[in-house]
Design a protein around this ligand. Structure first.
Ligand SMILES: [Zn+2]
Ligand SMILES: [Zn+2]
Length: 351
């Protein structure tokens, strides 16, 4: 199949910095949409993947799965989009569309889903490459429409950080009167506060430090509980219907389980790996409580979120960078030194 060579930023090994090189994009097939990338959010997964932290990276890798751009061309069979439309691409670019999960709009749980980078592009027979690039070609079923009233740079993180927190909020029916708590105030946590607040929930942030109180309240949180303060934690026992745990490393879940109400659920969305320390089952059993996990969201649910954000004027709080600053941005992310997401202005790659 014919391909076009485009500029991208990525790495050829776990140790090397990201740098500029060219990649191939397939020509637009009948069901494909060609997109000029305007902005791409920088997710923790990008950094882990570039560094091969999960021991599954094939090089070269071009990260980026929080993509916002304009449609430049469409295949003859495309009906959903036309040239000039503001669109987005998130974490997946293909799935089988015949399995039980695909039929239930849960493409993210399809055994054959193709991630936006580090997956397999069956057309070019190479790895898929992500949004740290000038342009991308994606099947229209995996392209999302972006409300024109939203700032496109602030929309980018909705495609991963946003949908990762939205999907559990919707699955566990959060609405007016729900008591929701969020653990961790980063890219995911700040979106969780905004979205749960907009759904009408009473929202609490668990934080280890008092210096997050003002920030959390500015984002819409009703309350902040300092998780290292025993008195505050005891007062919180049995209170929350849903806890969204966004912390991206191994940590102690036990103190939070006690703060769930009967039938309450703690959902882990930020960390993949064994828990340390281990989970104590007593508070789970004494109240039929659950620990669950959740991965991004399906295509229909992601579109629902973008439409909800358009209606409620919600975007991420971001810091815009040039692509040439990406290695520094990764270093700052490892120190949690960003409020709350870096977004790359792709003009910097084109010039
Ligand atoms: Zn991500
Ligand atoms: Zn499937």
């Amino acid at each position: 199949m014919k391909a076009t060579s485009v500029k991208a930023y990525g790495t050829e090994s776990a140790e090397a910095d990201l740098k500029q090189f060219n990649i191939d994009r397939r020509e637009v097939t009948s069901k494909d949409v060609g997109i000029d990338i305007l902005f791409c959010g920088v997710c923790h997964s990008d950094l882990h993947f570039a560094h091969n932290d999960w021991d599954m990276t094939q090089y070269p890798v071009v990260p980026g799965h929080e993509i916002v751009g304009r449609v430049t061309h469409v295949g003859a069979g495309v009906s959903k989009y036309k040239e000039g439309d503001l669109v987005a691409v998130g974490c997946l670019v293909y799935s089988c569309r015949t399995c039980k999960n695909c039929k239930a709009d849960l493409e993210q749980y399809c055994p054959e889903w193709v991630p936006t980078y580090g997956g397999y592009d069956k057309h070019l027979k190479t790895n898929t490459h992500g949004g740290y690039s000038e342009s991308i070609v994606v099947d229209e079923e995996f392209v999302l429409g972006v409300p024109e009233n939203l700032d496109p740079a602030g929309v980018a993180p909705i495609l991963c950080a946003g949908i990762t927190t939205w999907s559990p909020l919707r699955y566990w029916n959060v609405g007016k009167g729900s008591k929701v708590a969020v653990v961790g105030l980063g890219g995911l946590g700040h979106m969780a506060i905004k979205l749960a607040t907009a759904l009408g929930a009473h929202v609490t942030l668990f934080s280890r430090s008092a210096n997050k109180i003002e920030d959390a309240k500015a984002l819409g949180a009703d309350e902040v509980i300092i998780s290292t303060d025993q008195t505050q934690m005891e007062k919180a026992l049995g209170r929350f219907d849903l806890i969204l745990d966004t912390v991206p490393y191994a940590h102690d879940l036990n103190p939070y389980v006690g703060t769930l109400t009967t039938n309450g659920t703690l959902v882990v969305v930020g960390y993949l790996g064994p828990l340390d320390p281990m989970l104590v089952t007593v508070p789970l059993i004494m109240g039929r409580k659950s620990i669950a996990g959740s991965l991004i969201g399906g295509i229909a649910e992601t579109q629902e979120l973008l439409d909800f954000c358009g209606k409620h004027n919600i975007t991420s709080d971001i810091e815009i960078i040039n692509i040439q600053d990406i290695n520094l941005a990764y270093k700052r992310m490892l120190k949690s030194d960003v409020k709350y997401r870096f977004v790359i202005d792709m003009k910097s790659l084109k010039s």
